[in-house]
Every structure is written in structure tokens, then in C-alpha cells.
Design a protein around this ligand. Structure first.
Ligand SMILES: Cc1ncc(COP(=O)(O)O)c(C=O)c1O
Length: 394
């Protein structure tokens, strides 16, 4: 029997399907890697954020198994109530040292790291200056804070200056930007944003979710990439992308981290990362500190793929990182493209509204250190075939 209270959901879903915006979630039958079993089919993987191949790295898997023998699986409560495992403190010390900051605190995910950090730093009567393309978790963190939200034009420090000048009523102020913009692969102009922030005495926060393990020396992130150590007040990040596990982190000035342990609501009211996650993340820091090999391989794979796509005539936007958007325009075309890629053996997702603006639908290709040269050549061949078939390239 149809529940009339819920009829609107059916209508909304039908409308999403009509517009090519309904998300179908595929089922994976294998561990992460260059190749995956997806819906029972073996395909080349260009969808995951497994930049360095750490999601199924033997060192991380072993660390998780061994640590569970001593610590079990879960923390069993929030850290402020039941106490914190020394394991979590060790990870936080290791992350702070890796990133070259005073201190770090972990959360359950990158999303909750933003929900914890932003409302702890600003509230009612305060102002946030937020890049217009910031990630949904930053937007939600801003809304939860109840501070006034002023959007500045994407990656535009001059517009930021204008917005600051036009905002005269405020208590505390905070500038927030994504480090790497996850749908376009471009990098925030952090040195220029820092100049504006320091000139006006405004707190500066960067979300380095796609920069960690990718940018900077050996993957130390966007602050290291630009040599801004000690200048950015707080870096939010995730342990679910290049780190290959799950979890979030806020890293930076000691006072801010101390404050987040007192006032970060997902820290105070939600349980900590699980034991295998923490152990695997510590092993990830070990791997990254020992060698830059995986990060170097990621960048050389990404360059090879991007160049190949450009030679074929694809528009790859203005990416500066291993994220390669293949710009297609209409959502229905992007869905059709992704479907044909899959039939030919490449798993790369179509991204449409509301994740990106209407009319700017794309296939987002996530490069990884795990791809071999022949994987990349095979993918380029399949992109060329589907691109010609659908009239995207000649
Ligand atoms: C910029 C940015 N921040 C935060 C997140 C959320 O990270 P997590 O998956 O760890 O919650 C993402 C993930 O898509 C992201 O791209």
C-alpha cells in the first residue's frame, strides 16, 4: 500500500531519473586497487580516492589485524567520557609531526572534522568568508555555526578583500577554503589568501582533504606545498582518501586543537575512530615518512593520463592535481558516457548537479599510484572509443 505521506519521495525520485541525476550505487565485490570487481564485472578503477593504493596496502592491513589483538575493535564511548586510548593520541602526535604543526585531533571522518571545527571557532555574531565552491561539509559546518556566511568568488583573493571591506559588523572572523577543489582538481591560492588573512587579522582554515598524501613533500599537504608552515591556523583533513582508511583530522595551532577537544561537538558527542582505523592510519604515516615513491608514482601517472586525454581532444578543465575532470556539459551525456565506459571495462563516475553546477556535468577520473602503464593505456583507448562514439572527440 502506498503511504500518501511519502508520495513526494516517489515524485522527487522520478524527477531525478528524468533529468539524469539519479545516483545508482554500484556494488563492489573486491578490495580497492587498480582493478575492481564491480557488479560482478572486472573493471579498471578510476573512481576511488585511493590515491596511493593504501586502502589495501599490506602494511596497513597487518597493522590493523595486529593492533586488534591487543585493543579489540572499538573505543566503546566518546573519548571525553570513557577516556582516550593511547593509540588515538599516538596517531595525533604522528599526524602533527608529519604535517609539521603543533598539534592534531582526530574525528570520525573529514565531514565531522568540519562540523566540529567551524562551529567551535565562530558562532552567532561572527562572520565566515567561504569560497563559493567549498565542499558540502564546510557549507554544513558554516550553517551549524550560526555565523554570518559571506561567499567570495572561487579562488579569488581580490573578491575576498572586497567582501571583507563590505562586512563591517562582526565579532570574530574566519576565512575558509578547500585546498584542492574535489570536482575540478584546482588548488586554492593559499599564499594570497594568507596575505589577506594576516593583513586583516582573520583566522585562516584550509580543508586539505584532497591534498593530504598528494601535495607537498611526500604528501605533507597544501601548507607544505606552499611553504606556509605556522601561518595557516587550522588544517582540516581526511584519512579516507590518500590515507586509504577512514577518519578526519584538524591540525594546527595548539590552542585551536585544545579548544576542539573541549568544544568540537562530534568529538564530545560521538565515539572515536575504531581501533583498526587508527592502527592502519599510523601505518600509513610510517609508509609516507619512509619514502616518496607512491606520491611520485601518483603524479607521474596523473601527468601521463592527462596528457593522453588532451592529445585525444578531451577538455580536462583546469586541473592541477591527479583529479582529472572530463568536461561533458549535460548530465544525461555524462551518465551515458559513464555507462559506456563501464561496458567497455572502465569504472569512472559521472558527476552532475547538485555536486557540480547545472550544465557542467563531467566524468571525474581519479588517478592512483596503483595503475600500471598498461592500465593507463587501456583506459585512454577506451575513453577514445567512447568519446568518438558519443561525438565528444573526433
Ligand atoms: C574537501 C572535502 N572535505 C571533506 C570531505 C569529507 O571527507 P570524509 O569522506 O572523510 O568524510 C571530502 C570528501 O569528499 C572533501 O572532498
Amino acid at each position: 500500500m502506498i503511504d500518501t505521506k511519502l508520495a513526494w519521495i516517489g515524485e522527487e525520485i522520478a524527477s531525478l531519473k528524468e533529468q539524469g541525476l539519479f545516483t545508482t550505487i554500484r556494488t563492489l565485490g573486491s578490495a580497492q586497487g587498480a582493478w575492481l570487481e564491480v557488479d560482478g564485472k572486472r573493471v579498471l578503477n578510476f573512481s576511488s580516492n585511493n590515491y596511493l593504493g593504501l586502502a589495501n596496502h599490506p602494511r596497513l592491513v597487518d597493522a590493523a589485524k595486529q593492533t586488534m589483538d591487543t585493543y579489540g575493535v572499538g573505543p566503546a564511548a566518546v573519548r571525553t567520557i570513557a577516556g582516550t586510548m593511547d593509540l588515538h593520541l599516538e596517531l595525533e602526535r604522528r599526524l602533527a609531526a608529519f604535517k609539521g604543526v603543533e598539534a592534531a585531533v582526530t574525528f570520525q571522518s573529514g565531514f565531522t572534522a568540519n562540523l566540529a571545527t567551524i562551529p567551535a571557532l565562530v558562532g552567532k555574531g561572527d562572520v565566515i568568508f567561504s569560497d563559493e565552491l567549498n565542499h558540502a561539509s564546510i557549507i554544513d559546518g558554516c550553517r551549524l555555526s550560526r555565523a554570518q556566511i559571506v561567499r567570495f568568488k572561487h579562488a579569488d583573493p581580490d573578491d575576498l578583500k572586497k567582501q571583507i571591506a563590505a562586512t563591517t559588523e562582526y565579532g570574530r572572523r574566519l576565512i575558509i577554503t578547500d585546498g584542492v577543489f574535489s570536482m575540478d582538481g584546482d588548488v586554492a591560492p593559499l599564499p594570497a589568501l594568507y596575505d589577506v588573512a594576516s593583513k586583516h587579522g582573520i583566522l585562516l582554515m584550509v580543508d586539505d582533504a584532497h591534498g593530504e598524501g598528494v601535495l607537498g613533500t611526500g604528501g605533507r599537504g597544501i601548507v607544505d606545498h606552499f611553504g606556509l608552515h605556522g601561518k595557516v591556523d587550522v588544517e582540516v583533513g581526511t584519512l579516507s582518501k590518500a590515507f586509504g582508511v577512514v577518519g578526519g583530522v584538524s591540525a594546527g595551532k595548539q590552542e585551536i586543537v585544545d579548544w576542539l577537544r573541549q568544544r568540537g561537538r562530534p568529538f564530545l558527542f560521538s565515539s572515536a575512530m575504531t581501533v583498526p582505523d587508527v592502527a592502519a592510519c599510523i601505518a600509513a604515516v610510517d609508509v609516507l615518512e619512509e619514502s616518496t615513491e607512491l606520491v611520485d608514482q601518483l603524479w607521474s601517472n596523473a601527468e601521463y593520463f592527462k596528457q593522453g586525454m588532451n592529445e585525444l581532444g578531451f577538455d580536462t578543465g583546469h586541473t592541477e592535481t591527479p583529479i582529472v575532470p572530463v568536461m561533458l556539459g549535460e548530465a544525461l551525456l555524462a551518465q551515458q558516457f559513464s555507462k559506456r565506459l563501464f561496458e567497455e571495462g572502465v569504472f569512472a563516475m559521472a558527476i552532475g548537479f547538485p555536486t557540480v553546477p547545472r550544465g557542467l556535468a563531467r566524468i571525474r577520473v581519479m588517478n592512483s599510484a596503483t595503475h600500471s602503464q598498461s592500465d593507463l593505456d587501456q583506459a585512454l583507448e577506451i575513453f577514445a572509443k567512447v568519446g568518438r562514439e558519443l561525438g565528444v572527440v573526433q
